[in-house]
Design a protein around this ligand. Structure first.
Ligand code: SF4
Length: 202
């Protein structure tokens, strides 16, 4: 049963309702997991990806699979430091299943993205992060309204006083990080992110 209050005052209450959200299934979309939620630990940075993968859907925790391991290795963070630093969210929160093409996972439809934006809006309102890291082009578009990874990776943006740093998606399904011309952009984005995280901890 999907419950959405008109206002939330704390993350635990938001999480209780998020955990039961079936808005997309009720709208007729096929989902392969229940919502994946970030453990809340007073994180000051918000990591925003595309959608959970199959491992995340099974464990109901974000960034548990191979893409998560790659992301942590980019940022040189072990699991504890990663989850203590970042509150991890995504454009949609339920595993969408495999793409019909058989290559990678299904991209959530615009309507699913719209339905799930409710949770992001309230998370950002309650968490007030000092840093947002977008992962992949769908998240980049949702946060900054920009669509070109090539133009944005390696840059820092300001969103109403919050620093936003875009990263590409670390899953093997994305070829962007492996294009030689993009390597320097990725290294710069990683450098920007690690320095921004270090500043959070000062
Ligand atoms: S993807 Fe988001 S809006 Fe859709 S059912 Fe899952 S939690 Fe709810």
């Amino acid at each position: 049963m999907t419950t959405r209050k008109t206002a939330y005052r704390a993350i635990p209450s938001l999480h209780r309702d998020l955990a039961r959200c079936r808005a997309c299934a009720q709208a007729g979309f096929q989902l392969e997991s229940l919502p994946v939620r970030a453990p809340f630990a007073q994180q000051r940075a918000y990591m925003y990806g595309q959608a959970p993968g199959i491992v995340e859907g099974e464990e109901r925790l974000p960034w548990r699979g191979r893409a998560g391991r790659t992301l942590r290795s980019w940022l040189d963070l072990d699991e504890d430091a990663f989850y203590e630093t970042f509150y991890c969210a995504s454009v949609t929160r339920c595993y969408p299943g495999r793409a019909a093409s058989g290559r990678g996972d299904r991209t959530p439809t615009p309507r699913e993205q719209e339905l799930c934006a409710f949770w992001r809006t309230w998370e950002l309102e309650l968490l007030r992060p000092r840093l947002i890291v977008t992962v992949g082009s769908l998240a980049l578009r949702a946060i900054l309204g920009r669509s070109s990874l090539t133009e944005c990776i390696g840059e820092t943006f300001d969103l109403h006083g919050v620093t936003v740093i875009p990263l590409p998606h670390p899953s093997g399904a994305s070829s962007w990080p492996n294009v030689p011309a993009n390597r320097a952009r990725l290294e710069r984005a990683i450098d920007l992110t690690t320095h921004a995280v270090a500043r959070l901890n000062r």
